[in-house]
Design a protein. Structure first.
Length: 248
C-alpha cells in the first residue's frame, strides 16, 4: 500500500503547491511512490487518512490554528513548505500595520465579516518535522524531502550561506555592483538564482541556523550601509526571525 500524502494551503498565493505540479518528468515517478488523498490544486476528492501533510502558507486567522492542529494530529510527518509556512513570509508584513486598518484595506465594506490575527509561521503552533524553503520552493528540494521521508532518512538540506553557491557559480558579488544582498546570512539551496541574475538575494529561504550577523554587518559597512538601512528589506521575508531572536 502506498504512503498517503495531503497538501493544505492557508494564507499564501499557493505558488509552492503549484511547483509540485510542475515537476514534469519526475511527477509520474512520485505518483508511483505516494498517493495524494487531499490536494485542492490537483484533485477533487478529499480524504483524511494521510501519513504526510505538506502545509503551504502562513497562519493569519484564528480558526486556522485549530485546523492546523487537527492536521498535525492526523499526520505522522508534517512539512512546512515555502517562506510563508516556514517563516511567515510576505504575509508577516501585516504585523507592522494596524489590524483593523489592514482588514478594512483588504475587504473594504465587508471587513466586519473577516477576523484577523498577527501572522505566524506553522512552527509557532505545531511541531514541524521538515522545512522546504524558498519563495517559491525549489523543485529539486521538494523531491529530496519527499524521497527522504519515503526512505525514512533525513533530507539533505543546506545549512550554509548563499555566498557559497555564488562562489561556485563564479558570480561577481552583487555588493560590488552597488546592490544589497542577504546572501551572507541566507540559507543556500536555490543555486544562488537571484545573484546569478544580477539581483541581490532577498532572503526568502530564511536564515541559516547560526547566521554570521557580524560578518554581514562588516560587509554592509564596507559598502556604505548599516543593518538599520536594510531592515525594511529584511522584514519582507524574515520579520518573524527578527521578533523571536535577540536584535543584532
Amino acid at each position: 500500500m502506498l504512503p498517503k500524502a495531503a497538501v493544505f494551503a492557508f494564507s499564501s498565493c499557493e505558488g509552492c503547491s503549484l511547483i509540485m505540479l510542475e515537476l514534469e518528468d519526475r511527477l509520474l515517478d512520485i505518483l508511483g511512490q505516494v498517493e495524494f488523498v487531499n490536494f485542492r490544486e490537483a484533485i477533487d476528492e478529499r480524504r483524511d487518512d494521510y501519513d504526510v501533510a505538506f502545509i503551504d502558507g502562513a497562519i493569519t486567522r484564528e480558526h486556522e490554528i485549530e485546523e492546523l492542529k487537527d492536521i498535525r494530529a492526523k499526520a505522522k510527518v508534517l512539512v512546512a513548505m515555502g517562506a510563508c509556512a516556514v517563516q511567515g513570509g510576505l504575509y508577516y508584513l501585516k504585523n507592522y500595520h494596524d489590524p483593523a486598518e489592514t482588514v478594512k484595506y483588504v475587504y473594504g465594506d465587508k471587513a466586519a465579516l473577516f477576523d484577523t490575527m498577527p501572522v505566524r509561521p506553522v512552527s509557532h503552533f505545531v511541531k514541524v518535522d521538515y522545512n522546504i524553503y524558498g519563495c517559491p520552493i525549489d523543485k529539486g528540494e521538494f523531491v529530496e524531502v519527499l524521497r527522504s521521508i519515503l526512505l525514512g532518512k533525513r533530507p539533505n538540506i543546506p545549512n550554509y550561506p548563499i555566498c557559497n553557491e555564488c562562489r561556485m557559480a563564479e558570480n561577481i558579488c552583487v555588493f560590488d555592483r552597488g546592490l544589497t544582498c542577504f546572501g551572507p546570512v541566507t540559507r543556500a539551496g536555490c543555486g544562488a538564482i537571484c545573484p546569478s541574475h544580477s539581483t541581490g538575494c532577498c532572503g526568502c529561504r530564511g536564515l541559516v541556523d547560526k547566521p554570521f550577523i557580524e560578518s554581514h554587518r562588516h560587509i554592509l559597512k564596507e559598502h556604505g550601509k548599516t543593518l538599520e538601512d536594510i531592515m525594511a528589506q529584511f522584514r519582507e521575508y524574515n520579520g518573524y526571525w527578527e521578533d523571536t531572536h535577540e536584535k543584532p
